[in-house]
Design a protein around this ligand. Structure first.
Ligand code: URA
Length: 229
């Protein structure tokens, strides 16, 4: 667990309590203590774990969140539309480094997405070398024709514009228009393009789990903080 030693204003601003320039006012309005002793000087240095704000310990220095993403929000800091971050508490939205999604789901895709302010972790989990399993449920416009599971499992399916075939993926039929798909890669619009390649169309897509994290116990828009990976 991180426990960095730095100025109080640096702690407060990186965790989103206030900006660095607001820190002085923040200390006068809120009971900020180091080891139980109130501080008024923003320059005072302390370990993260020794600081309290109005009797509460500071938020963790590193955040890892699992959310059940609802439809209609975008996994981006800059695209148009409702940003996924607006569903988080304001303080977490103010953190620096920023909380970002680990990979992306399309705006109309629902389900499991991790968010973190740990750039290294984000990089590790989104790198092509990371082979975290992802489970999707896809609702299709047309009934399955029968050969899809075999094609997806072959490890030979080449998506339009790509140079490498997709790794083998496992498809389980739930109904003729609903499937469960286990994949390890995370290529752009992968599931929709896979079904496009076999003459079908995905009309609803839900990611049930990302790695070991499932959103079966979370309502749309709900999230929980999870420990480190
Ligand atoms: N595949 C897609 O096509 N879209 C997603 O959002 C995720 C996987």
């Amino acid at each position: 667990m991180q426990n960095s030693y730095k100025r109080v204003d640096a702690h407060l601003s990186s965790l989103g309590y206030c900006t660095r320039s607001e820190a002085k006012k923040f200390l006068s309005k809120n009971m900020v203590c180091i080891d139980g002793v109130r501080v008024f000087d923003v320059r005072e240095k302390a370990y993260h774990n020794d600081i309290t704000v109005d009797g509460e310990r500071l938020d963790d220095e590193s955040l890892l969140i699992l959310m059940n993403k609802p439809s209609g929000v975008v996994c981006s800091h800059s695209d148009a539309g409702v940003l996924i971050y607006s569903l988080l508490p304001q303080r977490w939205q103010n953190r620096n480094p920023k909380v970002s999604t680990i990979g992306r789901l399309d705006a109309d895709t629902t389900g499991a997405i991790l968010l973190s302010d740990d750039g290294e972790l984000n990089h590790k989990l989104t790198s092509p070398k990371s082979d975290l399993p992802k489970v999707y449920e896809a609702t299709l416009a047309q009934s399955l024709r029968g050969d899809e599971a075999e094609i997806f499992a072959s490890g030979e399916l080449m998506l339009h514009g790509e140079k490498k075939p997709l790794q083998s993926a496992k498809m389980e039929v739930i109904t003729p228009t609903l499937v469960r798909l286990d994949i390890c890669e995370g290529r752009y619009h992968q599931v929709k393009r896979m079904f496009g390649a076999v003459g079908n169309r995905v009309i609803a897509l839900h990611r049930v789990s990302f790695g070991e994290f499932s959103v079966e116990d979370l309502q749309p828009s709900e999230f929980r903080v999870i420990g480190r990976l």
